[in-house]
Design a protein around this ligand. Structure first.
Ligand code: SF4
Length: 686
């Protein structure tokens, strides 16, 4: 057997045409705001169709094209069907099939030996949002790592700066939900493209427009909603903070700041006002590379229209100023007095809205080494106190998604590193594994799907049996915990135990509703009005507009702007936004049309490039080879490659992350994907 991946049981299109057919209800727990309710058609034990249902009212019976094709992952040629041990060189992808028992015993032995030789901190668990289900992450896995005393992982590749800002300002107060968007008279979509990621928001935005709402889109690209917007601010990546501060200044200087609200519900407004003062409309527009008149129009809209809603996305956080950008954007409704009405306020992640604090993990977090996941390359190649000797990867594909790809891969190539990859399909990272373990997909087990857009929680049920010998995260982490002697007799050791434990640990009515197959609701309902039904989860329920801790942790303080890192050699900003093909990098294994670099016609002409040319996109960290797409759908000076590409998607096996420095954002330790500065040249002339 060459690889466990090449043993396929066929594609969705090979599904049986006869046999008993049923439709099974479940929910999508993937890393997407919507958590759709699904109706999955199964014939003779195989998935033949995946569609939306109506249990989650936001799903409205439709789902994205990505999950419609999920069967191609379940039954596709890349699916890992058996445990396997490396036979060839790292990266080569040659493995030998073994029994589960053999693989788990080898892993447990290596855990013990590694800890004995170099300490628990030499073991690095590495995971991110391959699934957002409550069983697949931060559950028995977290308990295992804590009890064994491994290094801890700061899971900061996404949402860390916006999360830090939302926490500091509002204690992650629940957001305005989709159903209330049509109530707004102004919607600002800032750094978010729901047409690609979170499609169920789009009809609500369109409905608001039909009812007369103005729409503003802030994005360096012209997205579908950008085209439909009243104002599209195609800002330079990394300049959102300046734009938001100019709107603050406009509010303060034109008498549109809500002084009564600031006086009774906030702290720190004076300090914010001080920091906003230098940001005139003209200065911010110049820094952001946009028309001053367009920015002024947006500032006026925001000052004068109500209810006004800002949907803060994650595009604005992926740069050196990302934390401050999120602070400045999220502070706007407090300064403008936009709370207290349906359809007014802000919307961000609603992931914390249920107040579930993972009480099912009953082990305290040890004070072991904390590794920022954006520094994986450094951790594998430079850390020596102790060096990382064992890497356990699950729910993610760091060889494709973590900054400084070359260094990450150099680290994965280390012969003295023992790498376990527990995955559904043969990812770029799995090719470097010493042991590969097959994981179930969400269609093959139980999970709790929690939306972070709408307020929705569901118990997702298995639709089909596990494919091949795949096992669930809960089963595997329970088994490893048992082998390492870390689980008490009465503790959950697998998926079914864990479903019961989580149901028992959830607040009473929520657990009961889920058991009954009903839709649970948090105490404040599913469409709260900010500052009416919900308030900041801060100690005094006020908004802290100038949190001292963040002022001292940000490199040059709060509401400050760090200049663009471009230079003469690398003048172009490379962004890598979400696409309509993958959910983060999930489904990146599926065939897709040629991946192209998007470039403005003016930039192409200046370099003598034309549509379809093969180009190299390069900087000192690496280079990516791919065809060129020349279109005015992106601002001049910025180029774009899709997020979540696998290495097979480009001509030279490198993705956008090969060009991204592993610098961290000003707040939250996030990834600076949009601080990649590059040059582009024809591959023919290179
Ligand atoms: S990825 Fe998002 S839009 Fe697609 S099915 Fe899952 S929740 Fe729905």
């Amino acid at each position: 057997m060459a690889t466990p991946a090449n043993r396929t049981s066929g594609h969705l299109r090979d599904a049986p045409s006869v046999g008993p057919t049923s439709v099974v209800e479940t929910s999508c727990p993937l890393d997407c705001p919507d958590a759709c309710s699904l109706a999955v058609t199964v014939r003779s034990g195989r998935v033949i169709n995946i569609d939306g249902s109506h249990k989650n009212p936001v799903t409205e019976g439709f789902i994205c094209a990505k999950v419609r094709k999920f069967g191609e992952r379940v039954y596709g040629p890349d699916r890992i069907l058996h445990p396997a041990i490396r036979k060839g060189r790292k990266g080569e992808g040659r493995f030998k099939r073994v029994l589960w028992d053999e693989a788990l015993e080898l892993i447990a032995d290596t855990f013990r030996n590694t800890k004995a030789a170099a300490g628990g901190a030499s073991i690095l668990p590495f995971s991110y949002g391959g699934s957002n289900g409550l069983l697949t992450q931060d559950n028995l896995d977290a308990q295992l790592w804590r009890r064994f005393g491994t290094s801890r992982l700061a899971r900061t590749v996404c949402a860390a700066p916006t999360g830090a800002a939302n926490m500091a300002l509002y204690g992650k107060m629940p957001s305005v939900t989709f159903q209330d968007y049509p109530e707004a008279a102004l919607i600002i979509l800032w750094g978010v493209n729901p047409s690609a990621s979170g499609i169920h928001l789009v009809p609500y935005v369109r409905e608001a427009q039909k009812r007369g709402a103005k729409l503003v889109v802030v994005d360096p690209r012209t997205t579908a909603l950008g085209r439909a917007a009243d104002v599209h601010l195609a800002v330079k990546p990394g300049t959102d903070v300046a734009v938001a501060l100019a709107i603050h200044r406009h509010l303060f200087t034109t008498g549109h700041a809500d002084e009564a609200f600031l006086g009774s519900h906030t702290h720190g407004a004076d300090r914010l006002r001080e920091r906003a003062e230098p940001w005139t409309i003209e200065r911010a527009a110049e820094v952001a590379g946009i028309e001053a008149a367009a920015l002024e129009r947006v500032a006026r809209f925001y000052a004068e229209r109500s209810p006004a809603l800002i949907r803060c996305g994650w595009g604005l956080e992926r740069n050196r100023n990302g934390g401050n950008a999120a602070m400045a954007v999220l502070a706007l409704p407090a300064v403008g007095g936009k709370f207290g009405v349906r359809g007014g306020g802000y919307a961000m992640s609603n992931s914390a809205s249920w107040g579930l604090d993972n009480t099912w993990i009953d082990s305290p977090e040890p004070e072991t080494r904390l590794v920022n996941m954006n520094h994986l390359g450094r951790a594998l190649t430079e850390y020596d106190d102790p060096p990382v000797k064992l890497l356990f990867v699950y729910n993610c594909n760091p060889a494709a998604t973590i900054p400084d790809q070359r260094r990450v891969i150099r680290g994965l190539e280390r012969e003295d590193l023992f790498t376990v990859v527990f995955e559904q399909v043969m990812t770029d990272t799995a090719l470097y594994a010493d042991v590969v373990l097959p994981a179930t997909t969400f269609l093959e087990g139980y999970d709790f799907a929690k939306a972070y857009g709408p307020i929705y929680l569901d118990l997702a049920r298995p639709v089909i049996d596990a494919v091949g010998e795949a096992r669930s995260n809960a089963d595997v982490f329970g088994e490893l915990g048992t082998r390492l002697g870390l689980l008490g007799e009465d503790e959950p050791k697998g998926e079914l135990d864990l479903v019961v434990r989580v149901l028992d640990a959830l607040p009473e009515t929520i657990g009961e509703d889920l058991r009954a197959g009903a839709r649970p609701s948090p105490p404040f309902g599913t469409a709260p009005v900010q500052f009416v039904d919900v308030f900041p989860n801060t100690p005094d329920r006020k908004v802290d507009l100038f949190p001292a801790a963040l002022e001292s942790s940000a490199p040059i303080g709060l509401y400050r702007f760090q200049p663009d890192p471009a230079n003469e050699r690398y003048p172009l900003a490379l962004i890598s936004p979400a696409s309509d093909r993958t959910i983060s990098s999930t489904l990146g294994e599926l065939p897709r049309p040629d991946v192209k670099l998007l470039m403005h016609p003016g930039d192409a002409e200046a370099r003598g490039l034309a549509e379809g040319d093969l180009v190299r996109v390069f900087n000192d960290l690496g280079e990516v080879h791919c065809p060129l797409n020349v279109a005015a759908a992106i601002r001049r000076g910025t180029v774009s490659l899709p997020k979540g590409l696998w290495r097979r998607s480009t001509r030279n096996g490198a993705t956008a992350t090969a060009l991204v420095p592993d610098a961290l954002t000003d707040l939250g330790g996030g990834a600076c994907f949009n601080d990649a500065r590059v040059q582009v040249a024809s591959l023919a002339t290179a």
